[in-house]
Write a protein that binds this ligand. Structure first.
Ligand code: IPM
Ligand code: MG
Length: 356
């Protein structure tokens, strides 16, 4: 039976890079069926809402979601702010689809090591940020302006259940890697962090084969620059994860090449997830064939790995990306003298050709 993938290409370079990801998936498997739907500014322009009901319904009826990118200057001033693509599409997608586990790998591609801002081999990292994605200060209530607008309130709430389920995911992923989890919090100040630590310790007791330690978030920000190779899996709450995942990805020197997965519970033996590049919609280069499709293509590899347990398929994609880069194939963003400059679709083609 065919698996259904919802394709939400979105705005800016989203459609161009997503097209290449779909092409690569078709090159690896012939049992996938793709259906497109509107999201972000494109959806706002078409139907007045960045996340139409039909799009949400398609996601619910699919086995996995492939997302391009949303947003752009055109919609930055849309009022009310809830109708802007980022807040009006991304956050509700996460909440409605219960995508509580955000997996953000930061792995340096050897061929691009010189792009890391860290000296020598220090930029050679292979870590994963496991970010809680549907709780904390992003979603806490109350959240309002008070006293004639002169005071603002955001609320950070976490329950044992919310912490437990993301922690379990982090330990499971660590088991497929180097068996180390560093849980990051601000337990010297925040009550939610003290609960976080308590629950993570409980979960750690059920995963004794994985080494678990705790680190304060300010220290973690510093350690990521000082010695990023010490990290295997970083487990943290929503807002800390937002910040640390940007920092971690920059260490690889190629923020624009990194994929991500946002996972829900397993149902019928399959993990439902949404897969998207870490980069944004890059409206300045949209429609010119200059965008790098590698982050979208590696997101497709994550889709195979996490939603279909197809590790071999995922590996084939990752190896093909490595091979293309090693052969000097480059889009404009990573071009250097002596390499071969190609367009978005030529990069997709180069990767498809190298699928073992
Ligand atoms: C991310 C982004 C989003 C977030 C924004 C666009 C709402 O920064 O996915 O990391 O803060 O989660
Ligand atoms: Mg972010």
């Amino acid at each position: 039976m065919a698996h259904k993938i919802a394709v939400l290409a979105g705005d800016g370079i989203g459609p161009e890079v997503t097209a290449e990801a779909v092409r690569v998936l078709k090159g690896v498997r012939d049992d996938l069926e793709f259906e497109e739907a509107l999201v972000g500014g494109a959806a706002y322009d078409a139907v007045g809402r960045p996340l139409p009901d039909a799009t949400l319904a398609l996601c619910r009826a699919s086995d996995a979601v492939l997302l391009g990118a949303v947003g752009g200057p055109k919609w930055d001033h849309v009022e009310p702010a809830e109708l802007r693509p980022e807040v009006g599409a991304l956050l509700p997608l996460r909440a409605e689809l219960n995508l509580y586990a955000n997996v953000r790998p930061a792995k340096t591609l050897r061929a691009l090591l010189m792009a890391s801002p860290l000296k020598g081999d220090r930029g050679l990292v292979d870590l994963v940020v496991m970010r809680e994605l549907t709780g904390g200060i992003y979603f806490g209530r109350p959240r309002e302006r008070r006293d004639q607008g002169n005071t603002a309130v955001d609320t950070c709430i976490y329950s044992r259940h919310e912490i437990e389920r993301i922690a379990v995911r982090a330990f499971e992923i660590a088991r497929q890697r180097r068996h180390e989890v560093v849980s990051v919090d601000k337990a010297n100040v925040l009550e939610t962090s003290r609960l976080w630590r308590e629950v993570v310790d409980d979960v750690a007791k059920q995963h004794q084969d994985v080494k678990c330690s705790h680190m304060l978030v300010d220290n973690c920000a510093m350690q990521l620059i000082r010695d990023p190779q010490q990290f295997d899996v970083i487990l943290t709450e929503n807002m800390f994860g937002d910040i640390l995942s940007d920092e971690a990805s920059m260490i690889t020197g190629s923020l624009g090449l990194l994929p991500s997965a946002s996972l829900s519970e397993a149902k019928n033996g399959r993990v439902f997830g949404l897969y998207e590049p870490v980069h944004g919609s890059a409206p300045d280069i949209a429609g010119q064939g200059r965008a790098n499709p590698i982050a979208a293509i590696l997101s497709a590899a994550m889709l195979l790995k996490y939603s279909f347990q197809d590790n071999a398929g995922a590996q084939r994609i990752e190896d093909a990306v490595d091979a293309a880069l090693t052969d000097g194939v480059r889009t404009a963003d990573i071009f250097e003298k002596g390499t071969k400059l190609v367009t978005t679709s030529e990069m997709g083609e180069a990767i498809v050709r190298r699928l073992a």
